[in-house]
Design a protein around this ligand. Structure first.
Ligand code: MG
Length: 477
């Protein structure tokens, strides 16, 4: 008999070791990350401590920035409430889906139910979803967030100044302000000094209830949109009056949300984005924020209107303490998150792109958009941004013209301002002070080509173009 041949045993042993190694070394089926988006209303670029605010302390946001990445050139698609929220939640330019400006409470329109929201994308991957705060994409029941992928909703269905106490609107313009839970009005004319606290409590409660499964929390603060109200613990605390008090309360709210993530042990599994729907509403003077070094504010396509604070934090996945002026826009949030969680995006065309390499700071990552398009005023294409360049198309805008704005909740009126065909080099002139179109005819031509492409697809009220790629607004009449 031949002696026992040890070879097969050795082979089996090696094979077994390889299998064990593979099993142990393979990444465990990674849990889908929680997504938290904190979206302030009318918070300016310059209203955070870490971005130079005077008299306002934001220790929690400053810490969030140290633990994450601060994007100093982050844009909204349009410098006003409903249109801006549309871009964030659908990944589309507002023009594509027929939402312009700010919807009034009595309008029978809103985001079309057939559009796919970020909440629906995540729900398709098994997420629990909640919106806490301001919706403003349609007041009628068929257009509420509960019909757009959100499991739960606590908040105001539109702006907090759309109420009978509006300082300049004619009487009877607005019905009593409703606070909603789900699709039910639970209070009329709620005490606005308790809003931020109530939103925060609900947000923390939602995190606690869903800590063991993937969740999406959209915390859309009503503040610091006028009328300003700070909670009793924050009144008189800041060095910047009621406006500063309100920001310090929002900062504390961010602290509470981040604190709950830590308490639940899900810090490392949660992507948190903090930003704003548009820049400061400057006509409100001491009740408005600051655009920092940027020109103009809300309601204009200047940098002060569309460039907003943006801090993104995900310990272990996003570099800590990084500050970058790599540009991106709210339209990119949906496709980026969809990419992160492996959700397919099929069907309807969207405008945003997956910019995750940019966000995680991958070497050599660059923005994939040839250009960004800034619309305002019922679908006017007012500006094109490509790299360091920004081209304004001739349009009517508004300005305080150096005046300081109103006081204590009563606005000053803007003056009309004509904007011509103007080119700014945001790299050397972020304050948009020197029109360099004359010296750069080639750049102007190239930017006009981008504009023409956008007009064909998305339309343009300034030139009367109807875009072939636009879709209908949602209607509930
Ligand atoms: Mg706003």
């Amino acid at each position: 008999m031949t002696s026992w041949n040890p070879f097969p045993w050795r082979a089996w042993a090696i094979a077994w070791a390889l299998v064990c190694h593979a099993v142990l070394a393979a990444p465990r089926a990674a849990r889908l990350p929680n997504i938290v988006v904190v979206f302030c209303d009318d918070l300016g670029w310059g209203d955070l401590g870490c971005q130079g605010a005077q008299g306002i302390r934001t220790p929690h946001l400053d810490r969030m920035a140290r633990e994450g990445t601060r994007f100093t050139r982050f844009y909204v698609a349009q410098a006003v409430c409903s249109a801006s929220r549309t871009a964030l939640l659908t990944g589309c330019y507002p023009n594509r889906v027929g939402i312009h400006g700010a919807l009034g409470p009595k309008q029978p329109i809103g985001l079309h139910p057939d559009e796919t929201t970020l909440a629906e994308v995540l729900k398709g991957r098994g997420y629990a979803t909640a919106i806490v705060g301001k919706w403003h994409l349609g007041r009628p029941a068929p257009l509420l967030p509960t019909r757009q992928g959100f499991d739960e909703y606590l908040g105001l269905p539109y702006s907090n100044d759309m109420w009978p106490s509006h300082p300049t609107a004619p009487r009877n313009t607005y019905p009593p302000l409703p606070l909603m839970d789900g699709e039910r009005v639970i209070e009329e004319m709620p005490d606005q000094s308790r809003l931020t606290r109530r939103y925060t409590d609900r947000a923390v409660d939602f995190i606690r209830r869903n800590a063991s499964r993937p969740f999406f929390l959209y915390l859309a603060h009503s503040m610091p949109h006028v009328p300003l109200f700070a909670g009793k613990d924050f009144k008189g605390r800041s060095g910047r009056g009621t406006f500063g008090d309100v920001i310090e309360e929002i900062d504390a709210s961010v602290g509470a949300v981040l604190g709950e993530l830590r308490r639940q042990g899900i810090d490392q599994e949660t992507l948190v984005v903090f930003t704003s729907d548009n820049g400061p509403w400057l006509s409100y003077g001491n009740h408005a924020g600051s655009a920092g070094p940027f020109r103009e504010g809300k309601g204009t396509s200047f940098e002060g209107g569309i460039r907003v604070p943006c801090i993104v934090r995900w310990p272990g996945r996003i570099p800590a303490g990084r500050v970058t002026d790599d540009p991106w826009m709210t339209i990119d949030v949906l496709p980026t998150v969809a990419g992160l969680v492996g959700a397919p995006l099929h069907g309807r065309k969207i405008d945003g792109r997956d910019v995750w390499p940019l966000i995680e700071g991958r070497a050599g990552a660059s923005n994939p958009h040839p250009a960004y398009f800034i619309y305002y005023n019922v679908g006017e294409l007012q500006a094109v941004i490509a790299g360091r360049w920004k081209l304004f198309l001739p349009h009517r805008s508004q300005t305080l013209g150096g005046r300081s704005g109103g006081t204590n909740g009563v606005p000053a009126s803007y003056r009309p301002m004509r904007v011509g065909l103007e080119l700014y080099d945001l790299g050397s002139d972020p304050g948009e002070s020197r029109d360099v179109s004359g010296a750069n005819p080639g750049v102007v031509r190239e930017m006009l080509r981008h504009a023409e492409a956008a007009r064909g697809d998305l339309g343009d009220a300034l030139t009367g173009r109807v875009g072939v790629g636009t879709r209908p607004v949602g209607r509930a009449d």
